[in-house]
Ligand binder design. Structure first.
Ligand code: CU
Length: 88
């Protein structure tokens, strides 16, 4: 879900109960950091919980979402690299 220094798509909507995958298709490391506690708390066990720490090109990580809401996230390495996940 990351290409160069953007999230692609920048906004995605999924059903409650969906496991979402972030895949790094770029050439540099990225992370997925929730903008607030709602996102951190909603990102349940995939291959980890809450924020996704820096991960390298070619690597994927997953989180499960069982709570409806609109959750903003960003990469702390790259200013302006933002995304929104809507769970409904
Ligand atoms: Cu990044």
């Amino acid at each position: 879900m990351t290409t160069s220094n953007t999230f692609s798509p920048t906004a995605r909507t999924v059903a409650v109960g969906t496991t979402v995958t972030w895949r790094n298709d770029g050439n540099t490391s990225h992370n997925v950091t929730w903008d607030d506690a709602a996102g951190r708390n909603a990102a349940l066990q995939g291959d980890g919980t809450s924020d996704i720490a820096d991960f390298a090109s070619g690597v994927s990580h997953t989180r499960l979402f069982n709570t409806a809401g609109v959750y903003g996230f960003h990469c702390t390495i790259h200013p302006g690299m933002n995304g929104t996940l809507t769970v409904q």
